[in-house]
Design a protein around this ligand. Structure first.
Ligand code: PMP
Ligand code: GLN
Length: 381
């Protein structure tokens, strides 16, 4: 394995899911739902397969999906996006993240991001030979710290990689925080790459603010999203990136040689999904917010401090009262000891001390599973 990928081993999600399966544990580790998304979308994929849409789709994505992505940006955010020049379909958001960083960064360029960070960020930055500079979001409020954020920027900063709503913390960045980040990006003439895969999973009347909608930001922003979370189809791997045409073309150049194209018959199905009524989107976030409440109350009930998430399907809890001193070790033992799996937040940090005893639990699971998981955890007290 090349030097720049040393230390990346296997992802924490694969490790914890394997452990959960070995022990027959309830898997609140890897974030994927245990119920199906809207039936219309599943049916549309079957129709596409039966209609013979099983060969290579066009490089940028199938036209109806490109159109649907542009229409979605208009409907929800009043953004005018040219579906033929400013949108690229990718193999999940994961490919969009990697291809975007590879397309924008020279070796040695710096990428500013927040920790805890989604694991593929660190790996994609390393793949590009770029350098990660981070600002820590601290439990329990995970507020942006202006001083450390400023200090992360330098004359080598090429891009800022951010994620709102944020995995693993569940934080929804405020407009003021995003404006600060954008001001710093403009000051350093940096790109903003914004991962908004949880854009529709926002609770409590909070507002998801797409970076591309902030004044003056369209021209330096690449927005990434995915169908996986919104429609509960994480295995379909249909993602996309949108932004100024020249930057999207650069990402497309890289993407061509990573996967070329992908997810043929799922693309028209996602196009149909993006056109579903507002009520479908609202229903999804309402149901996820009820699950959030259920798990937050259960974890609080057994004496844990939790950071109540404003979005995503993750909650971070301090597992110290359950005996955790090292989150990674604790999570490796948890499936065997308690029959529950979680993910240690420390693995998403450079500064592991910021998350020594913090564990992320996914609540995109059936209510009975969440209740039983909390019951099992309570026995550790
Ligand atoms: N970004 C974040 C923040 C995520 O949580 C995920 C999925 N877990 C991804 C990107 C990857 O999305 P996809 O499955 O579409 O590749
Ligand atoms: N995004 C999901 C999570 O955070 C899992 C993705 C993966 O397994 N790579 O749990």
């Amino acid at each position: 394995l090349v030097q720049r990928m040393q230390g990346f081993g296997s992802t924490i999600f694969a490790e914890m899911t394997t452990l959960a399966n070995e022990h027959g544990a309830l898997n609140l580790g890897q974030g994927f739902p245990d119920t199906e998304g809207p039936q219309e979308i599943l049916d549309a994929a079957k129709v596409a397969i039966d209609a013979g849409r099983n060969q290579y789709p066009p490089g940028p994505g199938v036209p109806e999906l490109l159109d649907a992505i542009a229409a979605h940006q208009k409907r929800f955010y009043d953004l005018d996006v040219d579906p033929r020049r400013e949108v690229l379909v990718t193999v999940g958001a994961t490919e969009a993240i990697a291809a975007t960083i590879l397309a924008l960064c020279e070796p040695g360029d710096e990428v500013v991001t927040f920790e805890p960070y989604y694991d593929s960020y660190a790996a994609s930055i390393a793949l590009a030979g770029a350098v990660r500079r981070t600002s820590v979001l601290r439990f329990p409020d995970f507020a942006v710290d202006e001083e450390s954020l400023r200090a992360a920027f330098s004359s080598r900063t090429r891009l800022v990689l951010l994620n709102t709503p944020h995995n693993p913390t569940g934080k929804v960045f405020t407009r003021a925080e995003l404006e600060l980040i954008c001001a710093l990006a403009r000051e350093h003439d940096a790109w903003v790459v914004t991962d908004e895969v949880y854009e529709h999973l926002v609770f409590d009347g909070l507002e998801h603010v797409p970076v591309a909608t902030l004044p003056g930001m369209w021209d330096r922003t690449l927005t990434i999203s995915s169908a996986g979370k919104t429609f509960s189809v994480t295995g379909w791997k249909v993602g996309w990136v949108s932004g100024p045409a020249a930057a999207v073309a650069a990402v497309r150049t890289v993407k061509q040689f990573v996967t070329y194209v992908g997810s043929g018959p799922f693309q028209p199905a996602v196009a149909l999904g993006l056109g579903l009524d507002d009520a479908v989107y609202a229903g999804l976030s309402r149901s996820m917010s009820a699950k959030r409440d259920l798990l937050v109350e259960a974890l609080t009930g057994i004496g844990l401090d939790v950071a109540v998430p404003g979005g995503t399907y993750f909650v971070v809890a301090d597992a110290a009262p359950l005996g955790a001193t090292d989150a990674l070790e604790f999570c490796r033992e948890l499936p065997g000891r308690a029959g529950v799996a979680g993910v240690p937040v420390s693995v998403f940090h450079d500064d592991e001390d910021a998350a020594r005893t913090l564990v992320r639990f996914a609540f995109c699971k059936q209510d009975d599973v969440l209740r039983e998981a909390a019951r099992r955890l309570s026995r550790l007290r």
